[in-house]
Design a protein around this ligand. Structure first.
Ligand SMILES: NC(=O)c1ccc[n+]([C@@H]2O[C@H](COP(=O)([O-])OP(=O)(O)OC[C@H]3O[C@@H](n4cnc5c(N)ncnc54)[C@H](OP(=O)(O)O)[C@@H]3O)[C@@H](O)[C@H]2O)c1
Length: 286
């Protein structure tokens, strides 16, 4: 498997997003575990989770526990696996997603994630989403404190605009390693953040690369150019989408979500798809 860099870690160029295995519509646990094992079998070493990926209430951390247990039960060498989690979003249990970016809350959330992941140091800890009630610098300050205290190996932010990315990197003393923003054929307004990450050498992790769990199946129908070029190359529109993202910049590490082995087995093949400048131009314009 081709690798890319997050901090000084080399990880698989395609990661696995854990959300579909833990929120509404999730499969039974056996299928989720099989999905994580299929990802590991295929050479994936980067997993994205969050304490908020659950049905809410007392289930907080459902996906962190699931990923940690699945990685532990795989049986192969997992020394190069990097698990990224996030704090700052909450699911009260009524289907909603709320925010808490207070430094004291983020520190407590990171401690709880540490325990659920069963590690002494979290691989990559990301501030999930800016909380309008809290100064962004204060929230990121908590992530810096976690880094300084050795509780987390790497620090990242998510759902950040270019000004917030620059501020976060400054507060972290140049130690911001990743930005996780929404990016897909349907959602391209994160191009400026992708370009900034490319310029700064910070990993860019596109979330919902297929347009999200509910719309992923329609990807090929919604974007004719993606399905046309995919058909010419004999791959799925999903694979073509990931190849397009990978070709945009060496800092891109897409994190497609999956809840069945066949989905992630298909997605990893994107690392072998080559696109010409002409094809890239058509996809960019589509
Ligand atoms: N930072 C944030 O605020 C934020 C927000 C949303 C998501 N995320 C992260 O980003 C990850 C990805 O986003 P997402 O899960 O929302 O949406 P997504 O990746 O756009 O779509 C996920 C769905 O795509 C389907 N799929 C996966 N590979 C496929 C393939 N090769 N062919 C056809 N269908 C395929 C899966 O179906 P099956 O379930 O049937 O396998 C899955 O349910 C999440 O899992 C999460 O880790 C972060």
């Amino acid at each position: 498997m081709q690798t890319r860099r997050i901090g000084d870690a080399q990880v698989s160029a395609i990661g696995l997003g854990g959300m579909p295995m833990s929120i509404e519509g999730r499969p039974d646990e056996a299928r989720s575990i099989a999905t994580v094992h299929a990802a590991l079998d295929a050479g994936i070493t980067f997993f994205d989770t969050a304490d908020a990926y659950s049905l809410g209430g007392p289930e907080v951390g459902h996906n962190e526990t699931l990923i940690a247990e699945a990685v532990a039960s795989w049986g192969g060498d997992t020394s190069d696996v990097l698990i990224a989690t996030k704090g700052g979003h909450l699911r009260p249990g009524d289907g909603s997603w709320t925010l808490d970016g207070r430094p004291e809350y983020l520190k407590q959330a990171a401690e709880a994630s540490l325990k659920r992941l069963g590690v002494e140091v979290i691989g990559l800890y990301q501030f999930h989403r800016p909380d309008p009630q809290v100064d962004y610098a204060d929230s990121v300050g908590a992530i810096r404190d976690l880094l300084d205290a050795g509780k987390i190996r790497y620090a990242g932010v998510s759902n950040a605009n270019p000004a917030q990315i620059k501020l976060a990197d400054e507060i972290l003393g140049g130690r911001l390693v990743s930005v996780q923003n929404q990016f897909s054929p349907a959602f391209r307004s994160s191009e400026p953040e992708l370009e900034l990450c490319d310029e700064l050498g910070i990993a860019f992790l596109p979330w919902s690369p297929f347009g999200g769990i509910r719309r992923a199946a329609e990807l090929g129908d919604r974007f004719a150019v993606f399905s046309e070029i995919a058909a010419e190359k004999g791959v799925s529109a999903h694979v073509l989408t990931l190849a397009w993202m990978l070709a945009k910049s060496p800092v891109v590490v897409p994190i497609p979500g999956a809840s069945r082995p066949s989905s992630i087995q298909d997605s990893v093949t994107a690392v072998d798809v080559q696109l010409t400048p002409e094809e890239m131009g058509r996809l960019d314009a589509a």
